[in-house]
Design a protein around this ligand. Structure first.
Ligand code: FCB
Length: 445
């Protein structure tokens, strides 16, 4: 009951992303993205899973809407696939009506169920022809993103008012362009830094287009992690400071203050042009905040000056030692961020939080995922403590509604409130689904 009082008035949502749930990679004129290339090249995805059929939400979105209605969320965060909308962007700017029709039906279905759609325009599925000319290293990609935003806003802006622009630019830059763990699989190390600026600028260009088309919310979603030094040693402390800049401040500072932190240690200049910082730092209605775990680092000889190590003493998720469970670090990060940025920080929406645990591929009965319930309850507890400390947090979103394609980990990591049999698409709500439903209903009553 105390928790319910503390959560009263919050928005509750669940999240997914297009490439992770839609399947149907060649249906209805969809073009290829860097994730199609990444998946089709053997060895990239741990279990070799092909990302389809999986949840197959392209064909089964009605079931997703029914699940969301049963859950009682007032919002649903999904993403729009750029290459369903403009299949061959980079070589041919033609719009694919069948792709737009899909999102049109999804939006109408959500609205009919009383659920506010909150699409993300870019959740990692960059069109292949844009990657061929440099991807997020190339400033032209920003302008193509602006064109795409115009097309989508023109079609959906009469009904969609809540938008997210780009998801987790830190993951794209660090894991996609610097370390090669995610698509496009480049290993540029610090030479990847320009991709940060171009993604932030893509947000800066898209947000005013969305607002001109009726948006009341147009914000990026940023993934943050509290960085912990592995020891008291000065070099470990310095390594933690560097990673905090790269992972957190590199995004919060330009968005909220209009300046980048000092990057001289990295020896790379950002490709900033006149007017860019004004676009990037234009105020947003909310701050989209994704949080999963802290990161413990020690100093390293290379290739990067820091190396991630397990967090001592913390329980772990299905990913093992590198995904420790430390809800206190989410609370501390939120409180520190609110202190640091003061009035420049708009109300926060937690746009992703959740965990994977080992679960069977098929099931006939409800999975009793008490470890997930504990994770979510404890992180909501962290949200409540941050609110009590004065941080304004207006919404909470579980990653994910459904088990889905977990990028380079394929179907081997399950995050859903709903179990999905990846071969048949059968959806079976887990115990955490009932738990979240009851929490939402208590917070509303
Ligand atoms: C986030 C991604 C999301 C999902 C979760 C587990 O980094 O935004 O797509 O994969 O991690």
């Amino acid at each position: 009951p105390n928790d319910a009082d503390a959560l009263a008035g919050m928005h509750f949502s669940a999240a997914t992303a297009a490439f992770q749930i839609e399947g149907a990679r060649t249906a209805a004129g969809r073009g290829r993205s860097i994730w199609d290339d990444f998946v089709d090249a053997p060895g990239n995805v741990i279990d070799g899973s092909p990302a389809e059929p999986g949840p197959d939400s392209f064909h089964r979105f009605d079931e997703d809407i029914a699940l969301l209605a049963g859950l009682g969320v007032d919002r649903y965060r999904f993403s729009i696939s750029w290459t369903r909308v403009i299949p061959n962007v980079g070589t041919d700017a033609s719009v694919n009506p069948a792709g737009l029709d899909y999102y049109d039906r999804l939006v109408d279905g959500l609205l009919a169920a009383g659920i506010t759609p909150e699409p993300t325009l870019y959740h990692w599925d960059l069109p292949v022809a844009l990657e061929a000319s440099g991807g997020w290293l190339n400033r032209d990609t920003v302008h193509r993103f602006g064109d795409y935003t115009e097309v989508v806003a023109d079609r959906l802006g009469d009904r969609v008012r809540h938008w997210y622009t780009i998801n987790e630019p830190a993951s794209t830059s660090l894991q996609g362009y610097a370390l090669g763990e995610l698509a496009p699989g480049q290993t540029l190390l610090f030479e990847a830094l320009p991709t940060v600026h171009h993604q932030l600028l893509a947000h800066g260009i898209a947000a005013p287009i969305l607002r001109e088309n009726g948006a009341v919310q147009a914000a990026p979603t940023l993934n943050h992690s509290l960085i912990l030094p592995a020891s008291e040693a000065a070099d470990d402390q310095a390594a933690a400071g560097l990673l905090d800049v790269i992972h957190n401040r590199l995004f919060t500072d330009p968005l909220l203050l209009g300046t980048y932190p000092d990057l001289s240690a990295f020896g790379v200049e950002l490709p900033i042009e006149d007017g860019d910082m004004e676009l990037i730092s234009a105020p947003n209605e909310v701050y989209g905040f994704n949080y999963y775990n802290p990161t413990t680092v020690r100093a390293s000889e290379g290739p990067l000056p820091f190396e991630m190590v397990p967090t001592p003493g913390a329980p772990v998720t299905g990913f093992g030692p590198m995904w420790p469970i430390r809800p206190d670090t989410m609370r501390d990060f939120l409180i520190d961020m609110a202190r640091r940025y003061e009035s420049a920080l708009p109300p926060i929406i937690i746009t992703e939080n959740g965990a994977s645990f080992p679960e069977p591929d098929t099931t006939d009965t409800e999975i009793s995922d008490s470890d997930r319930i504990d994770y979510l309850r404890d992180h909501l507890g962290a949200v409540i403590e941050a609110k009590e400390a004065g941080v304004r947090i207006d919404g909470y979103t579980v990653w994910s509604l459904l088990d889905n394609f977990e990028w380079a980990d394929g179907w081997s990591q399950r995050f859903g409130l709903v179990h999905v049999d990846m071969r048949t698409g059968t959806r079976t709500p887990k115990a955490s689904f009932r738990w979240y439903r009851d929490l939402i209903s208590a917070a509303r009553s």
